[in-house]
Design a binder for this molecule. Structure first.
Ligand code: ADP
Ligand code: MG
Ligand code: MG
Length: 875
């Protein structure tokens, strides 16, 4: 196999072989942009390396040497040459971008002799020594795995010895002795001298990049982002250009549009006289890119044009890394830029308006899950806030939490259920678990492209960075702003959209949706085939759902209505009733209340279908817990001062004992309740139709769908259908009005799915209750599984995903397919939807589209996500 490609041999669509960085370096090379020449070792070589149990594949070294000769010719320098040495960077580049996850080595090829060559060639000894000491530092960290801080320590000592504050102020002599100290450290740590042979350095570095694919940070990142661990990484070997040779040099990163807001302006940062990671490391706070226009106008123009070329070429917002060497611009990386939901929407909208992309591409450009960010609450602008400080608005959204200063503390405290605000001077990839655990991130150093900012935006977490007016003291576990001291455990809030840091908790409010958002979701509605409904139990939820674009309710649960304070006594009376009369008396109280509930919801959904599920949970859920009652009765009987209350509690306890089940999930619930207590379901049916009659007389259009939960046979459905039709007839006759209604069932049991053709003789619609269907298909109790064994199943890759979050297409999906086929065989065109949690999950929605469902139903806040996901499924 060919393991190595020169940049001019590759293309953007060779991403899976060359990795993202390599494929794009090749593409930029081939469209004529100034890319320092280089080569890419394929991901296939990396996979082969692991197949060989961590050995470089045969022939790889020879191939690299041959391609190196081509690079030498292109650049006019020679690798390892003492007069005119070629230096290279060794850069990892996975198929999916993994920012900051694997380290790059710069200036490789330097040793005692080539360093002298570099000094003579550039006429700059200081620069050459600085390059060498950086190389030793990076190489030792990444390849030799000697902790970074050992080198930082020596560097600090050297600065102290020379009496200066900044690295750039070190003299050549100082750097020389620093290099000697670095080398001594390497010898001491590894027992071997620092490698002098450039080719040996090169292959050690290549291997280290391959190894880094499986370092802890990389594995955590892949787990978090669901990236396949088998893909492997490519390695890019690229001739070096130098941004640190003086004030006509620099390095920077820029987005072609603002990644926070989507505004169409170049957006980024640079540092003059700096190399590589200096910008993202958050060590010096960089200059905004606009300043480059004043400082180096020609370069700025060239860069702006290149940015536009790249945007047109990729038809997407680009995230670009560049370096300026002695007044000449070089492109070092481009990729589709990560962006907030707000920016994603605006960019998709604007690029369509600019004619750069069509509607379908615009829809595909926004990740549905991201919309969540827009729909959540933001700081109420009318609130009076105690503003502590202002930093850079790095990732929008508001968050509050208790201040902690380390990732470990963040993780530990969040596990106790606390909301955490992670405050750091800067973050590094080692802090990733703390960032995951925190509600928001605040840093005192670093720009908009610092590690904290990039990672937070990717996760949709609020972040304020570069907040220089706060002084963080890790040792004392506190930060100060002027005279104010904020200690660990104090409450603060941040507003990632404005950069404000606020003392204490803050009032939040619903977000305002932009015209661009409305337009893009409108396009999604044009393109999708699935209807999107919402799960809503109250008129307020129903209105919220309509506001977010739902065109119906896919699930109204009636049990929540039973839990209300004013109802519970009657519900309990109904459960405790010894006779039918007693039960009917209790139901008599509940009837008008339920009627009111349904009236409100059906009115809010005027003209849209509303699917109402009859009582579902086991009755013991409406009674106090057994333990609680045991304690109460014990206390009351020892005190002996309230015999009537004790008697009452004892009756209750007896009933709770009677209702106790060993496995309530498979117990007396769902339509089993309706079979044993038909009068309960009859009351609910009556309430629904009474509400319908009132509303239709008032001129509303009601479209109720009466839904029976947990059926397993046609006989059950017949039992209820007879009652539904009878009661509907009576109500219409009495009220002298008519309305349209249907009756159907949830599909939650494998038996129901298997016998769907029979069920459909009686049921007019199906709705998949995939929460229960997943439980009953897999034989998992959700609440137990998620806390106990499911994580092990996921770790061991026995299941690819949590089946309660992402629909198990293979198993549960197969049952659904059977039910769709069976149902529509009996009843062509039968209405079928889904109302489990999966109805709001983009991947599950795609599957629902594929098997031809009519609607998905999800929580009101996920309705926009479902609209977009349904459109993407249809494209
Ligand atoms: P990451 O994936 O962490 O961004 P990169 O491989 O992109 O790592 O390297 C980080 C930075 O190192 C680049 O943005 C660039 O500034 C610098 N760099 C990498 N290769 C070169 C090179 N050949 N010449 C000059 N600078 C380089
Ligand atoms: Mg890096
Ligand atoms: Mg990079």
């Amino acid at each position: 196999a060919k393991f190595v490609y020169l940049f001019n041999e590759g293309r953007a669509d060779m991403r899976s072989l060359l990795g993202g960085k390599g494929a794009n370096l090749a593409e930029m090379t081939n469209i004529g942009l100034p890319v320092p020449p280089g080569m890419t070792i394929t991901t296939e070589a990396c996979r082969e390396y692991y197949r060989l149990e961590r050995k470089l594949p045969d022939g790889l070294e020879a191939e690299v040497r041959a391609n190196l000769a081509a690079v030498e010719t292109a650049v006019g320098k020679k690798f390892g040459d003492t007069d005119n040495p070629l230096l290279v960077s060794v850069r990892s580049g996975a198929v999916f971008s993994m920012p900051g996850m694997m380290d790059t080595i710069l200036n490789l090829g330097l040793n005692e002799e080539t360093t002298q060559g570099l000094a003579a060639n550039t006429n700059n000894l200081r620069f050459a020594y600085d390059a060498y000491r950086r190389f030793i530092q990076m190489f030792s960290d990444v390849v030799l795995e000697i902790p970074k801080h050992s080198f930082e320590h020596l560097l600090t000592n050297q600065k102290t010895a020379q009496g200066v504050a900044f690295d750039q102020e070190l003299t050549p002599e100082s750097l020389r002795s620093l290099i000697d100290n670095y080398k001594k450290l390497v010898l001491k740590e590894t027992g071997r001298p620092f490698p002098e042979n450039p080719l040996e350095q090169l292959f050690m570095a290549v291997e280290a990049v391959f190894r880094s694919w499986n370092n802890d940070r990389a594995i955590i990142y892949r787990n978090l982002n669901k990236i396949d661990h088998e893909l492997g990484t490519a390695v890019n070997i690229q001739s070096m250009v130098f941004g640190n040779m003086g004030n006509d040099c620099g390095t920077g990163v820029a987005f072609t549009r603002n990644p926070s807001t989507g505004e169409r302006v170049l957006y980024g940062e640079y540092l003059t006289n700096a190399q590589g990671e200096d910008v993202v490391a958050g060590i010096r706070t960089p200059q905004p890119i606009a300043k480059l226009q004043a400082e180096m106008p020609i370069i700025f123009d060239q860069f702006s044009q290149t940015a536009q070329t790249l945007e047109k070429h990729y038809r997407n917002m680009q995230d670009i890394e560049f370096t300026i060497e002695k007044g000449k611009l070089y492109m070092l990386q481009t990729r589709n830029g990560k962006r907030t939901a707000q920016a994603a929407i605006k960019i998709a909208h604007d690029m369509f308006t600019e004619g750069l992309i069509d509607k379908k591409a615009a829809i595909l450009m926004v990740e549905p899950g991201q919309l969540d960010q827009l729909l959540h609450r933001q700081i109420d602008s009318s609130a009076s806030l105690s503003i502590l400080a202002k930093g850079l608005p790095a990732s929008p959204g508001a968050a509050s939490g208790l201040v902690v200063f380390s990732a470990d503390d963040a993780e530990r405290l969040s596990k106790t259920g606390q909301k955490i605000m992670l405050v750091r001077m800067e973050t590094t990839p080692d802090d990733i678990h703390g960032i995951i655990a925190a509600q928001g991130i605040l840093t005192s150093r670093g720009g908009m492209t610092s590690h904290a900012a990039v990672v937070a935006r990717g996760m949709g977490k609020p972040c304020v960075c570069g907040c220089e007016s706060i002084k963080v003291d890790y040792h004392k576990k506190q930060f100060t702003v002027d005279q104010t001291i904020i200690k660990e455990g104090d409450h603060i809030s941040i507003d990632g959209a404005t950069g404000r840091v606020i003392l204490g908790d803050v009032p939040m409010k619903d977000p305002e949706l932009s015209p661009e958002y409305l337009a893009v979701l409108g396009w999604a509605d044009e393109l999708r085939q699935l209807d999107v409904r919402a799960n809503a139990d109250t008129p307020e939820d129903a209105l919220k759902a309509r506001e977010f674009g739902a065109t119906g309710i896919g699930l109204t649960r009636t049990e929540h209505m039973f839990m209300a304070q004013d109802r519970l006594p009657y519900v309990q009376q109904m459960i405790l009733a010894e006779t039918l009369e007693e039960r009917q008396q209790a139901l008599g109280h509940l009837l008008p209340m339920q009627e009111g509930d349904f009236y409100g919801i059906l009115k809010a959904m005027d003209g849209y279908p509303v699917c109402i599920r009859l009582l579902d949970p086991p009755l013991h859920e409406f009674l106090p817990g057994m333990e609680e009652l045991l304690i109460e009765t014990a206390v009351l009987s020892t005190r002996g001062d309230n015999p009537p209350l004790l008697a009452q509690k004892e009756v209750l306890l007896k009933q709770v004992r009677k209702l106790h089940e060993f496995n309530p999930m498979l117990g007396h619930r769902g339509c089993r309740l309706g079979i044993t207590y038909p009068e309960v379901y009859e009351m609910q049916i009556q309430a629904i139709f009474n509400a319908c009659a009132r509303l239709s007389r008032e001129g509303y259009t009601v479209l109720p769908e009466v839904e029976i939960p947990l059926t397993l046979s046609k006989a059950e459905m017949d039992f209820f259908k007879e009652r539904i039709d009878r009661i509907a007839g009576e109500v219409m006759k009495q009220a002298g009005t008519t309305f349209h209604y249907t009756s159907g069932t949830m599909i939650e049991l494998p038996r129901a799915a298997l016998l769907a053709d029979e069920l459909a003789e009686s049921a007019e619609f199906f709705s998949f209750g995939t929460n229960d269907l997943t439980q009953t298909c897999l034989g998992f109790s959700r609440d137990d599984a998620e806390g106990k064994f499911l994580p092990h199943y996921l770790d061991a890759k026995i299941l690819p995903e949590n089946p309660f979050a992402v629909l198990d297409r293979k198993g549960v999906g197969k049952l659904m397919q059977l039910a769709v086929e069976g149902g529509r065989r009996t009843r062509p065109g039968m209405l079928i939807g889904i109302c489990g949690e999966h109805g709001g999950d983009p991947s599950s929605i795609e599957f629902c589209h594929q098997i031809g469902l009519d609607f998905v139903s999800c929580s009101p806040y996920r309705v926009p996500i479902a609209r977009l996901a349904a459109a993407q499924a249809a494209i």
